[in-house]
Write a protein that binds this ligand. Structure first.
Ligand code: AMP
Length: 124
């Protein structure tokens, strides 16, 4: 497990997701454009579990700034596009874990798409 994400943008470190973006390690990529990448989670928590990430290495949601407004919208629309692409017609959950208490383990902002089964609330 990687270290908990710091609060300082300048302390951004390379992560496993950076390696996936640069094709240094393999991933099951389902979508890519200039700004975003989507790939299957290696440890799926639902029949469909896909991660959508920005190519820019923003460590976590709390590190996003006003300059990322368009990118944040793009990521959400990418979630919608990918969910349609993989046939999640009955709904799905989108989750962002932010920082240590949010349960974030990889310090590169990512949106989880979870689907293919009934989701429960509240999450653990
Ligand atoms: P989080 O706990 O929100 O930081 O989520 C990180 C997610 O990344 C977890 O669901 C992991 O299973 C997933 N993950 C870690 N390494 C890889 C990898 N090499 N390829 C795909 N997913 C990964």
């Amino acid at each position: 497990m990687e270290a908990a994400c710091t609060n300082n943008m300048s302390e951004t470190q390379d992560t496993i997701f950076g390696k996936i973006i640069r094709r240094e390690i393999p991933a099951d990529i389902v979508y890519e454009d200039d700004l975003a990448l989507a790939f299957k989670d290696i440890n799926p928590q639902a029949p469909v579990h896909i991660l959508v990430i920005p190519k820019e290495p923003i460590p976590k949601l709390a590190d996003a700034g006003d300059q990322h407004q368009a990118l944040m919208g793009h990521l959400l629309l990418t979630v919608k596009r990918v969910a349609e692409q993989v046939g999640l017609t009955n709904g799905y959950r989108v989750a962002i874990n932010n920082g240590a208490y949010g349960g974030q383990t990889v310090c590169h902002l990512h949106l989880h798409i979870l689907g293919g089964r009934q989701m429960k609330w509240p999450p653990g």
